[in-house]
Design a protein around this ligand. Sequence first.
Ligand code: NDP
Length: 324
Amino acid sequence: MQYRRLGTSGLQLSALSFGAWVTFGAQVGRSLARQLIAYAHERGVNFFDNAETYNNGEAERLMGDVLADLRLPRDSYCVSSKVMFGAVEHPLPTQRGLSRKHVVEACHQALERLRVDYLDLYLCHRPDPDTPIVETVAAMDMLVRQGKVLYWGTSEWSAAQIRQAHQAARLNHLTAPTMEQPQYNLLHRDRVEREYAPLYEEFGMGTTIWSPLASGLLSGKYLDGVPHDSRLAQSNYAWLRDNLLGQGDAMVKVRALSPIAERLGVSLAQLSLAWCLKNPRVSTVILGASKREQLEENFKALEVVGKLDADLMEAISAAVGQGA
Ligand code: NDP
């Protein structure tokens, strides 16, 4: 495993980490979750990503049980939670959002579900138009000072909103965000590469990137239809299927990447993950998996990064229709 600093902070995260969205508490039950976490930890993964809203808290409960059951040393891994959408089906106004009340209560609930004394990373899952940014920054600062959170950050905030959070922190002597969690993959590049470009130097911002395979699309598994045991076959993720498979040219791009992977003798998933890892602004690539074999295949992406020279990077960009 390779370890990378989370921005300019001193925290070193494994370049590949592991997350619970969709899978934990749905496709992945307790025994498989145990296998996957144990295997990932054995392979050097030190960051497990979660959120209050994943299967309405069930994903955190499951991860917490497994971490406790495996008795992994607490100083050998980091765990996150995210706050915004709530952990119940129809949240009341006080059960969602980024108010001081919900940020604090959601943290306490996540600590309980994950069975830990502190969250290593705590992220605002989306911006909240109904809460002043300074209120959220102050709530995060309080949790950091109380030792309940070590690093806080944002997820899918605009560059302008991230800048506002830093300004609020500076003006009020509060703890500033350390990281952002954006979507980043070969089909979704703009925000990480362009919109956030000034923020890396300005704020030392780290990134914990999500959906590196665009929910599996970039593994090529959907080129000939939707496999019955795949994410896009899950009945409650029809919106995701329509969204991903409805992008007219996504499949054309995946097909165009195939000969590059073949030439390198690697799978499409490995090529796509290695491409994410190649970006030095990426602190960690969060993997998702519903099977152990997927993790086994995906970890090998680390060996592919060194093979991606300038010519190959250009060919990859051309295949997905973007300049390098
Ligand atoms: P990916 O884009 O990598 O998708 C993972 C899924 O792709 C797996 O569950 C599996 O689905 C399939 N897959 C993975 N590897 C392979 C392979 N080698 N061959 C074939 N299929 C494969 O990542 P996620 O979308 O899961 O995102 C990763 C993590 O990021 C999440 O778990 C979550 O922690 C975080 N996240 C954060 C968000 C945010 O808003 N901050 C939003 C979304 C995710 P299957 O087998 O079911 O087809």
